[in-house]
Ligand binder design. Sequence first.
Ligand SMILES: Nc1nc2c(ncn2[C@@H]2O[C@H](COP(=O)(O)OP(=O)(O)OP(=O)(O)O)[C@@H](O)[C@H]2O)c(=O)[nH]1
Ligand SMILES: [Mg+2]
Length: 451
Amino acid sequence: MKAGAEMTDTIAAVATPPGEGGIGIVRLSGPGAEEILLRLFCPAGKPGRLESHRLYYGHVKDGAVTVDEGMAVVMRAPRSYTREDVAELQLHGGQAVLQTALRLCLREGARLAEPGEFTRRAFENGRIDLAQAEAVMALISARSEQARQAAVRQLEGGASAFIREAADELYRIQAAVAACIDYPEEVSEEEALADVQPRLAALSQHLEEAADEKAARILQNGLQVALCGRPNVGKSSLLNAVLREDRAIVTPVAGTTRDIVTGETILGGCLVRLTDTAGVRDTEDTVERLGVERAKKAMREADLLLLVLDASQQLTEEDRLLLEECAGQDAVILLNKGDLPQTVFAEDVSGYGLRVMNISASRPETLAPLRALLAEKARCADSLALTQPRHVEAARRAAAHLRSAAEAMNTAVDLCSVDLLAAQSALAEITGDAVEERLLDRVFEEFCVGK
Ligand SMILES: Nc1nc2c(ncn2[C@@H]2O[C@H](COP(=O)(O)OP(=O)(O)OP(=O)(O)O)[C@@H](O)[C@H]2O)c(=O)[nH]1
Ligand SMILES: [Mg+2]
């Protein structure tokens, strides 16, 4: 824990976001929570000691001066978010009101909470493990229904259960190795190898399958889709049509889009980030050339490419070059301007092994299959056990140690022990079962104050 932060003191923070709102909450946690609350909050009817988990109407007072009227609740340990005594004030949600109430809490003996400190206390007091604590932040920052569902699964212990099962199997493997080393007359090296090596392989594969970096990134940041094509085929029109907003400039002039234009939308509960790019062609124009370079970079970074072709015009050399570039990648060919007399048909581009869709950016009803495809590609969390980049990284590290343990056993059985220990501690980092303070500091730094 950081210098100055003591779990025995009482912390306070505004728990609701800055700005104006109907209600704002000031939160206290620690042994002095109730006492501090009662020094500034006067419940109507003077009930004496407050009942736990009951809401009281009253006034916040600075001496004789009223600061605001509102409600207060005390939640005594251990039945609270932090498992400590918690008190909350629900006041009018203006900054002056909330900051004044917070200042009074600090004057009466509370300390300003650090980011994530309430959740850190819930973790330190054993109410939740580290993966669940991170799920709280993932839930707060979830931007799509898919991300929300994944965060709730993690909060309910999904990721933790997966990791603990893996850790249990690893303990059993470690026990088998120890038996062979300690009692060589009872368990031979051959027996140990035949038993343990396949189990190590299975466990590392199991972890690797759950640690899908790409899927975890798509879940957090959305599916990255790049619209590409030669100038004037209708990329910007398509961006606007899918986003249902007038985001990019559209004109009949080839070379309209010079820079990258991005927009986000939710499709089927999943986040999709669309990038419109400059039409790709050879050009002498300096600005347009830079735009084309950016377009190529966006194409390299995308999870999915949408190659837009103008179906009302003959294919050009630029179209063919782009088709070749997209072949072999995750790409879809969109034959746009289907409302005009058609010159290019699906058969003409079937040789590239890519899916082809007939659309018209100016007829939104033709885009339903494309929307469905994007939603399907962006859906990635259904079977994903691990969704946080930190967990994915640690699980991959554990898997790598298991593979090198299996390898080391070929030389001598006892050589695998170091790798098995390293794998075990990588798994423990995920749930926070045995972690260093520095790691905890890094995890909770990401939080907002008041959570
Ligand atoms: N008839 C018809 N016209 C379209 C369609 N989609 C785009 N257009 C027209 O095609 C022209 C070019 O559209 P843009 O969306 O600017 O094309 P772009 O690919 O972004 O062009 P650059 O930015 O120059 O690369 C505009 O006049 C659009 O109105 C379509 O489905 N049908
Ligand atoms: Mg454009």
